[in-house]
Design a protein around this ligand. Sequence first.
Ligand code: HEM
Length: 188
Amino acid sequence: VTDDLKRVTFVGGGRGQWIVESMEALVGRGLRRVERVAVVEGPFEYGPRQGAWRLRGVTGHERYVTRAEQEELRRRSSGLGRTEATRTVLIPIRKTSAWWELAQDERRAIFEEQSHHIQLGLRSLPAVARRLYHSRELGEPFDFLTWFEFAPAAGEAFNELLRELRRTTEWTFVEREVEIRLRRAVPP
Ligand code: HEM
C-alpha cells in the first residue's frame, strides 16, 4: 500500500464522532445495531478488538472509468468535509462470486453500458461528495465501503439515486448491502 492511498477503519460501537441515525440491511445479513461509529484513518492497528464491528478499507485506483468520464468526474466532484454537508451515509457492499469471476470488460459493460452507474451518479454531482474504499483484497466481509456526504437539500435526490442504482443489472450481483445513516456528534 503506497502513500497516496488512504486507509480507514470504521469502528461500530458506543464511541466515535458519528452518531448512528439508522441502520438498514438491504440485501443479506445486517450489522449489529450500534450507537456510534468511529472513523479511524491511517495504518490499521492490530490491538485488542474494539466495538461491535470493524470494517477496514483502502482507497484505490479506478478500475472502470474512461478518460472522458474521469475528466467529467473530476470537474464535477466536490471534496469531503464541506460544512454544509451534514448528511452522511456509509454503505458497505459485497458482490457475488459470479461478479468476480467475470472478465474486466464484462464487468465494465454491466457497470456502465447496462447499468449507467456513472451516468446516474453524475446527476447528483457536485451536491453529493463521495469516497470509495476497497475491502475485498483485505479479506474483509464486504468488498467495498462507500461513503457519501451532502446537504439536507440534496437528500431526496440522493434517495432517488439509491432507488435507481438498486434497480440496475449491476445490483443483481450485490449479495450484501447495509445502509448506515450518520450525523456528526460535534460541529467540524
Ligand atoms: C454520488 C454519485 C456517484 C458517482 C458519481 C459514482 C461513481 C462511481 C464510479 C466512477 C465508480 C467506479 C470507480 C472505478 O473505476 O473503480 C463507482 C464505483 C462504485 N460505486 Fe458509485 N457512484 C455514485 C454513487 C454510488 C452509490 C449511491 C453507491 C451505493 C449505493 C455506489 C456504489 C459503488 C460501488 C459499490 C462501486 C464499486 C463497484 C465495483 O468496483 O464493482 N456508488 N462509482
